[in-house]
Write a protein that binds this ligand. Structure first.
Ligand code: Z5A
Length: 211
């Protein structure tokens, strides 16, 4: 049996990952492609608890090293319990964020050594790498606008990481672009400032061979 394909979506906050993942799931459903969709951090009981600890403002905020290790703990659990078993059964896996987010946010954003994070990522992932990574690229001002609009529409507030400041988020964006330049065969960079339909059209162009 052929192994499933592992697809990750990356990008800054509000880039449209969840929106595009929903479109991909709908298309896979249409063609009866077997897949699962997961998000990081999350997808397991341990991962959802780590997510709560990482995002909740009311808690004592983790120091940068603790933040890194919480993301990695959530990933290790998700990879071993959910992602690898699915891929081995020939099921495609779509993940909303994965190891590149840790390099971008905790490495380029927080300033922890990116080579050290790459090694720790390998441990957490059991050396699993995505087959395709869709990087949704938007300028920061577009991202901010979308986030404010969503907060107003859903009556929610920005979380701890979203509020890390514009310099931080610019470093994260630059980090993602460096990662994409270093691995052009894996990364598919899409201009995510376009309309939802146009972004989807670009994403689908690169993934339609999977159905
Ligand atoms: N993080 C980390 O630091 N290290 C790690 O290793 C990992 C993660 C794995 C997870 O938060 C946080 O953890 C994240 C990175 C960090 N923090 N930040 N910042 P999350 O899972 O809650 O949030 P997120 O991953 O950042 O996703 P998001 O904010 O939900 O955004 P999104 O999924 O990319 O976008 P969306 O929900 O599809 O769209 C956002 C809004 O824009 C929404 O109202 C849409 O209707 C709208 N939208 C979407 N596309 C468009 C287009 N094309 N035009 C106009 N409007 C659009």
């Amino acid at each position: 049996m052929a192994r499933g394909v592992f697809i990750t979506f990356e990008g800054g906050e509000g880039a449209g990952k969840s929106t595009q993942i929903s479109r991909l799931c709908a298309e896979f459903d249409k063609y009866k492609v077997k897949y699962i969709s997961v998000r990081e951090p999350g997808g397991t009981a341990l991962g959802e608890e780590a997510r709560r600890l990482l995002k909740d403002f009311s808690l004592d905020p983790p120091v940068d090293q603790a933040e890194l290790m919480l993301f990695l703990a959530a990933r290790a659990q998700l990879v071993e319990k959910i992602i690898k078993p699915a891929l081995e059964k020939g099921i495609h896996v779509i993940s909303d964020r994965f190891s590149d987010s840790t390099i971008a946010y905790q490495g380029y954003g927080r300033g922890i050594d990116v080579n050290l994070i790459a090694t720790m990522n390998n441990l957490a992932c059991g050396n699993l790498k995505p087959d395709y990574t869709i990087l949704l690229n938007i300028p920061q001002e577009v991202s901010l606008l979308r986030m404010r609009k969503r907060e107003a529409a859903t009556n929610t507030n920005a979380d701890r990481i979203e509020l890390a400041g514009s310099d931080f988020h610019q470093r994260v964006r630059d980090g993602f672009n460096k990662l994409a330049q270093a691995e052009p065969d894996r990364f598919i960079v899409v201009d995510a400032a376009q309309s939802v339909d146009n972004v989807w059209s670009d994403v689908w162009t690169h993934l339609k061979h999977l159905v």
